[in-house]
Design a protein around this ligand. Sequence first.
Ligand code: C5P
Length: 401
Amino acid sequence: MKKLQNKHIVLAITGGIAAYKSADLVRRLQDAGASVRVVMTEAATGFVTPLTFQALAGQPVLVDENTSAANGMTHIELARWADLVLVAPATADFIARLIHGRADDLVAALCLATSAPVAVAPAMNQQMWENPATQANIRLLDQRGIHRFGPAQGSQACGETGFGRMLEPLDLVEQCTTLFDTGLLQGVSVLITAGPTQEPIDPVRVITNLSSGKMGYAVAQAALDAGASVTLVSGPTCLTPPQRAKVIPVQTAQQMYDAVHEKLDNTDIFIGVAAVSDYRVAQPADAKIKKDADELSLVLVKNPDILASVAASDPRPFCVGFAAETDHLEGYAREKLEQKRLDMIAANMVGNGQGIGADDNALLLLTPRSKVELTRAAKSQLARQFIEHVAKHYLEQKNPA
Ligand code: C5P
């Protein structure tokens, strides 16, 4: 299993001699399974050319705001795409500007604009590192939850010896891996439904919906990263399932229901992300229906509500549902939370390009006694935050104070 499989890492390079190591870092991150996009400050381009990174990452490199349109992704899009922004090397000057919330270059603006974790790998002369101003800035970094990888001690490019060397690329990959492995759900088994269902009309036609499965798969990945063992009962999607997830492919709602109930005994947390078809055709035709008739009626019957049935089982796992709504988001979601007797519901607006099929989303998390808004972000990032909340509430319920 590749340690950074499916992770989107924006590697931001600022102007220090250690930038030459970042070329190797791109390769090592890719070897670990990450997708890497590179952004550089103007100063960094004086040490290594953007072309080097473009060739290694296989993607255009963003250097400043003016180049963003030509390169396809603006800093805001990159900020949303990222699961992690890694600034390596991070110079003393960059760290000072980061601390002051400056947005006067692309890398600083990106760090402000992202809701993904930001990690810096300091690299500077040892005197600069020891300087009280730098040390005060580093303390602020730590207080603000900005991750810091290194620096290491040793001989430096300037000929001096001490703290200030950037960590080696493989050490940085290791630190990124540790950052993603939260361990919050270690030893917990999580059952997730994802994607659409397909209800046959005849042997070649189905009733389905626009669900892509992206959110469910991202939730499965986030649960795996948190140390859970994950079973993913998936309707038909075009996605590659996360490695380490046990995948049970299904087509219809009834098959999804059966697969879920088969697994229920060994489940601690159930998360229903699938867009389950509410109805199925009462009697699918055995042969392809011909288009002779001017009108055609299909009799539909209701499918079982998988989530409600899991929540009604005894004993039952911690139950989390999703509610996709076009209006009255909180009201409808709270109704579902109560009617289905859930422990938590994640509500999101759909329609007008939002939610279904998109790469990003925003969620309103409701429990019987709490409400949290997760602002718009890439589904992978959102899934990570979502799983942190699920873990918190699950553990509180399991081990009441
Ligand atoms: O009631 P509504 O369909 O809006 O509820 C959505 C939630 O219920 C989602 O978590 C979805 O996975 C789940 N659901 C289900 N079985 C159904 C319909 C919805 O598990 N038949």
